[in-house]
Design a protein around this ligand. Structure first.
Ligand SMILES: Nc1ncnc2c1ncn2[C@@H]1O[C@H](COP(=O)(O)OP(=O)(O)O)[C@@H](O)[C@H]1O
Ligand SMILES: O=P(O)(O)OC[C@H]1O[C@](O)(COP(=O)(O)O)[C@@H](O)[C@@H]1O
Length: 340
């Protein structure tokens, strides 16, 4: 193994820089040259790259975003693009390509592999955590912290005015950020795709929960965490609907792209560092068409297709706590008197 390339693709995630750093330092350790393609798969098509050395990755572990830039590249789905990318990689003598991104980027890697003899290795990097086979993806823990920080602040003003707030978090098709942020911020309800089967009955459920909370706690603040793309018209519409049904003040808050930025928390830096180093070792060992993953603190390789062929599920115990133990409408009628 003499030359490896790396790129970041799809939604950027805090920790991608830490991962690039680990890849570069590990490659240097083994005497392997490394180049970075810029702007995701666009860089492969435009032959836009730069050599990466230890000095290029100094002082980046704490930075969000990605020094290689990221992008979505819809034209990469064509056969001509994959062939052009293969030609460009061969022209530079690249033997392995490391792709830091989500399952879409991994599909891109598989597509390329049909037309390129080199090795492709995926490193799961997305705030959404929606990649099957790994306990967490690079960026997920930082996104939870960011959402949590905002929800805590929303709670202050919600409490002061005894208002209802709907907070929209990211996660295009997955409720990992939503469920974790809701539980960790002690939010009253969480609406995520995995748990909302029928939106028609959902408004009535929310209203009955709300009434139960008011009956139990008196006039109070109430926070609902909602995943993006779930509610037609988003949280602004849902806030309006709830206001019409309850006559209570409901305010929508969309957290948006702030969740993608910021300095990575230690969990993401460590995960990114471990996965980056491990991916280089796997490349040197000749592995291809794999993604690196971590399960129960153990690094491993999985076939890259696993990432999208199987659907990652929410932690059932977290769901149980939020949906059953903490559901105000499902609490036992009698309260045990601790004084006897
Ligand atoms: N089926 C596919 N074939 C080839 N390339 C793909 C495919 N799906 C996604 N890609 C590439 O991966 C990029 C990132 O995918 P996307 O789903 O947007 O983000 P993520 O990798 O974070 O899931 C796309 O813009 C495209 O360049
Ligand atoms: O920045 P964009 O292109 O608007 O994409 C927004 C989407 O990207 C994400 O932040 C991350 O998703 P991916 O990592 O799968 O690209 C989603 O949570 C969000 O829906």
């Amino acid at each position: 193994m003499r030359k490896i390339a790396v790129l970041t693709s799809g939604g950027d995630a805090p920790g991608m820089n830490a991962c690039i750093r680990a890849i570069v330092l590990t490659a240097e350790h083994f005497g392997v040259q490394i180049i970075g393609y810029k702007h995701g798969y666009n860089g492969l098509l435009d032959q836009e790259y730069l050599p990466l050395k230890a000095r290029n990755v100094a002082n980046i572990i704490q930075r969000g975003g990605t020094i290689l830039r990221s992008a979505r590249c819809s034209s990469f789905k064509t056969e001509e693009s994959a062939k052009l990318a293969a030609k460009n990689l061969n022209a530079l003598g690249i033997e392995a390509l490391l792709i830091i991104g989500g399952d879409g980027s991994f599909r891109g890697a598989c597509h390329l592999a049909k037309h390129w003899q080199g090795q492709v290795i995926g490193l799961p990097g997305t705030i959404d955590n929606d990649i099957y086979g790994t306990d967490a993806t690079i960026g997920y823990h930082t996104a939870i912290e960011t959402a949590l920080d905002s929800i805590d602040k929303v709670r202050d003003t919600a409490d002061a005015f005894e208002r209802i707030f709907l907070v929209e978090v990211m996660g295009r098709h997955a409720g990992f950020i939503g469920l974790s942020a809701a539980l960790a911020s002690a939010s009253d309800q969480v609406l995520v795709p995995e748990l909302c089967t029928d939106l028609n009955t959902e408004v009535d459920n929310i209203v009955s929960h709300l009434q139960a909370a008011m009956n139990k706690r008196g006039n109070c603040s109430y926070i609902i965490v909602t995943a993006e793309n779930l509610w037609p018209g988003g949280v602004t519409n849902l806030a309006q609907t709830l206001h019409e049904k309850t006559k209570l003040e409901c305010r929508p808050v969309i957290l948006g792209h702030v969740q993608r930025g910021g300095s990575p928390v230690s969990q993401d830096r460590l995960l990114a560092t471990k996965m980056g180093a491990y991916a280089v070792e796997q490349a040197i060992a000749g592995k291809t068409n794999i993604m690196v993953a971590e399960q129960n603190n153990q690094l491993l390789c999985l076939p890259i297709e696993t990432s999208w062929q199987q659907r990652k599920t929410l932690d059932p115990y977290l769901v149980k706590i939020q949906q059953e133990f903490f559901d105000i409408t499902k609490q036992a009628e009698h309260v045990v008197n601790v004084k006897g």
